[in-house]
Design a protein around this ligand. Structure first.
Ligand SMILES: *Cc1c(COP(=O)(O)O)cnc(C)c1O
Length: 451
């Protein structure tokens, strides 16, 4: 690309494109022109390792020949067919395939376009379910959600969200959820022993359900890892405890696996690790291998049956998105699932996540590293001003961002969550690439914590 042309693109990028979660007054264009495997190539031909999977969605690397071919083949048939009253073979096959691989009992798939909508759909279905099942319970209208939860940015999904700096401003527009603290393995109450963390938080959860289950429609959780919260990792047994208590008190369970689904935590779905089958499973990011916009909300036959009737019964789910179930995205998703089998992707996650934890162990004794936590190929390194008291750096110092700025100079692209440096590479990552990522993180931390 000619220098003048690139300058013009940069100007247009700063002035015409309003970037997500980005302060446009400070935005410095980074224009990626192509990619292959885990490497992004910018318009000047510089290479960067994609250390956070293009925001947690890329699975098998970029331009995977199998997925590229599947999308091209679909393009030769049809690019889009609506899901309003009609269908297409690719989307049908994907729905059937998903039902085969998800936890037991989830038999019906509603497609939409992004993770926020997959949660929005689960919330609305849960609400409507209680109104029109055979023994209606219309007073069950409330949702329980956890501190620092992130379920998306539409008003419904943000209502169950709890990240102060994203959601507080919009509170007047949101419905009110019942909010409980989720167990955090790094910051927990001083009077609670780490080994009792799970019991302590389940006790609080049970107290709420015992008191208010008659008005509660559903509980929304991010299984195992609350990613946007800063890679907050729940203790073993918590998710299963939540499932048991929701059954005991007649409350639906919505599992938001938008970030943790598709192999990220070491199993295809995070719920599997606690033998949990939710009433709703929300999938997005990795569903198409990170190729195209698509999400899915899966649910049980119990829920599905409550919506069946004649048109005049008004039991239809009156909700839909123009591009829900798009066949190009479905083709990418089917190919993604094929690649999981052909390349034994989960085995690579096991190997590489063990290697990643060896590499990250070097950071554990750094005076400004408070915590190094990891589940599969999700890792968070939390920077603190003071290790002993776990005192955080003030958010305005942007220590996490400074680590990432330095990493970029070493050819690794990362994006932090406040003071947490995130390492979340594509599941196809190789050992040599992981070495480069962790070295860049190490150098970044040295520079960003020097003052
Ligand atoms: C990213 C994310 C969402 C929102 O998905 P979008 O596709 O960005 O709308 C919802 N829940 C979780 C857990 C996520 O990580």
């Amino acid at each position: 690309m000619m220098a003048g042309e690139l300058e013009e693109l940069r100007r247009w990028d700063r002035e015409c494109v309003w970037h997500a979660f980005t302060q446009m007054a400070e935005y410095n264009p980074l224009i990626i022109e192509s990619a292959r495997g885990c490497t992004l190539v910018d318009a000047e031909g510089r290479n960067f390792l994609d250390g956070v999977s293009s925001l947690w969605c890329n699975v098998h690397g970029h331009r995977h020949p199998r997925i590229d071919a599947a999308v091209r083949e679909q393009l030769d048939r049809v690019a889009h067919v609506t899901s309003l009253g009609m269908s297409n073979p690719t989307t049908i096959r994907l729905a059937h395939r998903l039902v085969q691989i998800v936890p037991d009992g989830l038999r019906h798939v509603f497609f939409s376009g992004d993770g926020s909508c997959s949660v929005e759909v689960a919330l609305k279905m849960a609400f409507q379910y209680w109104r029109q099942r055979s023994e209606p319970r219309p007073e069950k209208t409330r949702f329980v959600a956890f501190t620092d939860a992130y379920h998306g940015d539409t008003l419904g999904s943000a209502s169950v969200g709890g990240v102060a700096r994203f959601h507080d401003l919009f509170r007047p527009l949101l419905f009110e959820s019942l909010r409980l603290p989720a167990p955090d393995g790094y910051r927990f109450p001083p009077n609670v022993d780490r080994s009792r963390l799970c019991e302590y938080y389940l006790g609080q959860f049970e107290a709420l359900l015992a008191q208010r289950h008659e008005e509660i429609a559903a509980v929304v959780v991010e299984p195992l890892v609350q990613c946007a919260a800063g890679m907050v990792m729940h203790p073993a047994g918590w998710l299963r405890g939540v499932r048991e208590l929701t059954r005991k008190y007649g409350v639906l369970l919505i599992a938001d696996e938008v970030a943790v689904g598709f192999g990220r935590t070491g199993t295809m779905f995070a719920c599997e690790q606690e033998s949990v089958s939710p009433d709703f499973l929300c999938l997005a990011k990795g569903l198409t291998g990170g190729y195209l916009a698509m999400s899915a909300t899966l649910t049980t036959t119990e829920v599905w049956n409550a919506f069946r009737g004649t048109y005049a019964d008004l039991k239809t789910f009156f909700h839909g998105h123009t591009f829900g179930g798009n066949p190009l995205a479905a083709a990418a998703a089917l190919a993604t699932l094929d690649v999981f089998e052909e390349e034994a992707t989960l085995a690579n996650v096991a190997t590489q996540s063990a290697f990643l934890s060896e590499q990250l162990a070097r950071l554990a004794d750094h005076p400004h590293v408070g915590d190094v936590r990891q589940r599969g190929l999700i890792a968070g390194v939390e920077l603190v001003r003071d290790r002993a008291s776990r005192q955080p750096y003030p958010w305005s110092e942007r220590r996490g961002q400074r680590v990432c700025d330095e990493a970029l100079r070493h050819g690794v692209w990362l994006r932090p969550l406040g003071n947490v440096v995130v390492v979340m590479p594509p599941l196809s990552i190789r050992q040599e690439e992981l070495c480069r990522i962790t070295q860049a993180v190490e150098r970044g931390i040295a520079v960003a914590t020097a003052d």
